[in-house]
Design a protein around this ligand. Structure first.
Ligand code: EPS
Length: 387
């Protein structure tokens, strides 16, 4: 199980007319504006190392349905994002047959969906694969996630993110514990690489410059933190209901994400149990945890600590300095197909991670507390949410 109470679907090709999204299951009475969604879309477009496409697009999601007088009415929320670049692709991406079809792309890029996609669907033109497997699709995920994040902010859950590694440049700095996730985002959004530490920021930018000069690309690691979750989102009773599994599935559904860890994650493999299990105290009011190695999830349930994940993103596989490939038709050895690309998209990836987390936590809160309207959800939480 991926989602229990909400559903979403995206459609759209990278150079088609635009992107469509439908989000179903958001309660009535949530205030949401196109400007709030636009703010999140802008954050996804930023970041040092992005290529030419982000100069063309000014992503804006028009709300087509599900909202009246600024508030959700419980019906599916329809969103439409136009691709500005479409004007340059009307022939090449025409829905109807054209006299002069575009030249076929036959040289698959290693690391992208090209070869497996062409084999799977029996295409002799990789363009049919490229268009939907492009990371452009994540634009709509962020728009949908922006509605979810607005829902979460109304019930006291905030999600922030930051980049902690690009190539070999790492940011070891700790976020001060008094910082809210809004503060975290407001600060790192001003950094070209979304880093908290200033020394690391320079190192990261140098790594991107180096890759760009060589016609190469670099990946990295980002962190996403969600605060304000009550006890008991998800459950230990069944595999499908475990919260960390649901977050992992959402994160791993983004093309370039290769790995996820919760809390101190992989580091726990080399530690003693006594070093990584967060001891339990009581302050007279609530249970306390001096550490959060578990990353806010124990037994597949939120434990009222911040939910913390780190995600590894691979270097983008479209390379200016192409890798070896083989022509689909002639089977000749040739260099892979090359087109406009980004040398690094880890800062944008951190925004996508924030929004995927937002989708899952919205679903998990609606699963536990339910309600057709925001008033109902909030009153259910007031009665039964434990922190
Ligand atoms: C992207 C849009 C794409 C790429 C990038 C992400 O636009 P275009 O292909 O027109 O340049 O910039 O996607 C990839 C590099 C990829 O390999 O998928 C976006 O909107 O984020």
């Amino acid at each position: 199980m991926y989602l229990t109470r909400i559903k979403y679907l995206t459609a759209g090709e990278s150079h088609g007319k635009g992107l469509l999204g439908i989000l179903e299951g958001i309660p009535a009475g949530l205030s949401i504006t196109e400007e709030e969604i636009e703010h999140q879309l802008k954050r996804r477009q930023m970041g040092y190392g992005r290529g030419g496409r982000m100069k063309i697009e000014k992503d804006f999601a028009e709300i087509y349905s599900g909202v009246r007088y600024g508030k959700t009415i419980g019906s599916p929320i329809g969103l439409l994002i136009q691709n500005n670049d479409w004007v340059n692709w009307t022939e090449k991406m025409s829905v109807t047959p054209v006299k002069n079809e575009a030249e076929k792309i036959t040289l698959p890029r290693p690391g992208h969906a090209d070869l497996a996609g062409a084999m799977k669907y029996g295409f002799d033109d990789i363009r049919n694969v490229i268009e939907r497997s492009s990371a452009r699709e994540t634009t709509m995920r962020v728009a949908i996630g922006a509605v979810c994040k607005k829902f979460l902010s109304e019930v006291g859950v905030e999600i922030g993110s930051r980049v902690v590694q690009i190539s070999k440049a790492t940011d070891e700095s700790q976020i001060p514990s008094d910082k809210s996730m809004t503060d975290l985002n407001n600060t790192v959004d001003k950094s070209p690489v979304r880093a908290w530490g200033k020394d690391a920021e320079i190192e990261m930018m140098l790594a991107i410059d180096d890759a760009r000069k060589k016609g190469n690309s670099v990946g990295g690691i980002f962190e996403v933190i969600a605060t304000g979750c009550p006890y008991g989102l998800g459950s230990y009773v069944d595999a499908d209901r475990k919260l960390h599994a649901r977050i992992a599935k959402a994160i791993m559904s983004v093309n370039a994400f290769k790995g996820i860890e919760f809390g101190s994650g992989f580091g726990q493999a080399e530690s003693f149990g006594s070093d990584v299990h967060d001891e339990i105290g009581f302050d007279g009011n609530r249970f306390t945890r001096p550490t959060n190695h578990a990353g806010g999830i124990e037994g597949g349930m939120s434990n009222a600590q911040p939910i913390t994940i780190r995600v590894a993103m691979k270097p983008i596989p479209t390379l200016a300095k192409q890798l070896q490939s083989v022509d689909l038709n002639t089977k000749e050895n040739k260099l892979a197909f090359k087109e406009r690309t980004d040398s690094c998209a880890v800062p944008a990836a951190s925004i996508i991670g924030e929004h995927m987390m937002g989708i899952i936590l919205t679903d998990a809160i609606l699963e536990k507390f339910g309600g057709d309207s925001m008033n109902e959800v909030k009153s259910h939480m007031e009665i039964s949410a434990k922190y």
